[in-house]
Write a protein that binds this ligand. Structure first.
Ligand code: TRP
Length: 332
């Protein structure tokens, strides 16, 4: 039997280069390998800290799915679905909640971190405390062996593994397998201000940006502070602009830029112009596809609805097994 991989993203907004190159490209790469693939919009997870924005959820989900499709996620190769359209996620979450020790939840590092970052008003709810339980349900529903995620999600995966062991022991049957994170090398993508690229820092370049937006953003991007004047030599490897060149510019040109930066024969203005042009050239096909898809939101919705139907078949089977294990009966 083929192994399954599964991953999800919260629909909190449009995807920026950090999300695209940090996560989505890995998902897409896995389409070339011999796995069953499940990729989903984690809309209930977005509610745990973003209930105030619930009215934007549908639009955000469509835009995120359009970004995925525009970049090359294919419904023929991957089951692309929406968490809230597969109600079994809620049922499994509820059953798992019955055996989850509260202490384990309070110990998950992101619980305290997020609480400190987002404040009490967004995080003192029962759903937020249960975030890792819902995430576990998402993963084990499809018996995923591997979960392609970033480092920030590893503690959640560890939680899931512990919960799987606890569940299997409690019911006396190995219903679930322990999923492993699939950490792939993620290029370092710095934002316009030199910090990590992030929506909340307001320093990101989006697939949805126009070519002009991209140019003006790159123009004011933070570069090597050693280069106050054009005649000051710089160190490309320590410059956020060059980090992006490494992704969007071919190797020969990159070495040339590195050299010209270190002997101050190229200025930041020119270097950035080249970068903006290369980003725009690289993203152009995906940007066009995205714009096209967003004129046909029904088409995108249908992909998600059909994907959710496929996911539901697997999910129903799993719940039958779970009910069998818990109640010795899967009928009720
Ligand atoms: N917690 C993940 C994030 O913030 C989103 C997510 C929800 C997820 N359920 C998942 C990721 C299951 C992988 C598997 O990015």
């Amino acid at each position: 039997m083929k192994h399954s991989v599964l991953s999800g993203m919260r629909p909190t907004g449009r995807l920026h280069l950090g999300n695209l190159y940090g996560a989505l490209l890995n998902w897409i790469k896995l389409q070339e390998e011999d796995y069953e693939r499940f990729y989903f919009v984690a809309d209930w997870h977005a509610l745990t800290t973003g209930f105030a924005d619930s009215k934007k959820m549908h639009q955000n989900s469509i835009e995120m799915a359009a970004d995925w499709l525009a970049f090359g996620l294919e419904p023929e190769k991957s089951t692309i679905f929406v968490q809230s359209l597969v109600k079994e996620h809620a049922e499994l979450f509820l059953l798992l909640a019955m055996i989850t020790p509260i202490g384990w939840l309070e110990r998950v590092p992101s619980y305290k971190d997020q609480m400190a970052q987002l404040g009490k008003s967004k995080t003192s709810n029962y759903g937020f405390l249960g975030y890792p339980v819902l995430m576990s349900a998402d993963i084990i529903m499809y018996k995923a062996a591997f979960v392609p995620v970033g480092m920030d999600q590893v503690a959640h995966l560890e939680f899931t593994r512990e919960l799987v062991r606890h569940f299997n022991t409690t019911v006396g049957k190995s219903v679930f397998i322990e999923p492993k994170p699939l950490l792939t090398e993620v290029p370092k993508i710095l934002g316009l201000d030199g910090r990590k690229m992030s929506k909340s820092y307001n320093n990101a370049i989006y697939l949805s940006d126009t070519e002009q937006d991209t140019e003006s953003k790159i123009k004011v991007m933070f570069s090597d502070p050693r280069r106050k004047r054009k005649t000051d030599p710089g160190v490309a490897e320590e410059c956020g602009v060059f980090m992006l060149h490494k992704i969007f510019t071919d190797e020969n040109k990159c070495s040339e830029i590195k050299e010209s930066c270190s002997n101050a024969s190229i200025g930041c203005v020119e270097c950035k112009k080249i970068l903006a042009k290369n980003i725009n050239n690289t993203l152009r096909p995906a940007r066009e596809k995205r714009a096209y898809l967003l004129q046909k939101t029904e088409y995108v919705e249908n992909i998600l609805i059909e994907g959710s139907k496929k996911a539901s078949i697997v999910a129903k089977n799993t719940l039958n097994e779970v009910k069998d294990a818990i109640f010795s009966n899967s009928r009720f």
